[in-house]
Write a protein that binds this ligand. Sequence first.
Ligand code: HEC
Length: 102
Amino acid sequence: MLSEAGHRGQHVYLNVCIVCHHGDPNRDGTLGPAIAGSSLELVRAKVLHREYPPGYEPQRTTFLMPAYPFVEEKLPDVVAYLAEVEAPEARSARGGTPPARP
Ligand code: HEC
């Protein structure tokens, strides 16, 4: 079950992010990697500035993803969605826990 914020975030994800990321954020998409469990810091840096937070090790070395400044105010909802759908097995498959992803 998604929270209200999670629902709003899912809406954004399904409209914008899904073009490249998988419909299930736990899985790699056509272009973009799995991003379930991503922190607000990471999502803001990537979506607004095409950057990563200091010290974060990106999953990919490419810079194919454009910035999407128009979703700025929705990003906390997107992060709520990405946290709520994160599958525990996907988390361990990536070798990390959510707090380890800044
Ligand atoms: C045009 C395709 C495209 C769209 C649309 C897109 N992404 Fe991405 N995303 C990528 C690619 C490709 C990467 C891998 C790094 C790169 O090449 O920029 C990426 C990487 C990321 C990462 C970093 C993952 C990591 O741990 O290294 C995050 C977070 C992310 N995307 C979030 C989002 C969100 C949230 C949206 C929707 C608002 C979105 N992306 C829309 C293509 C896209």
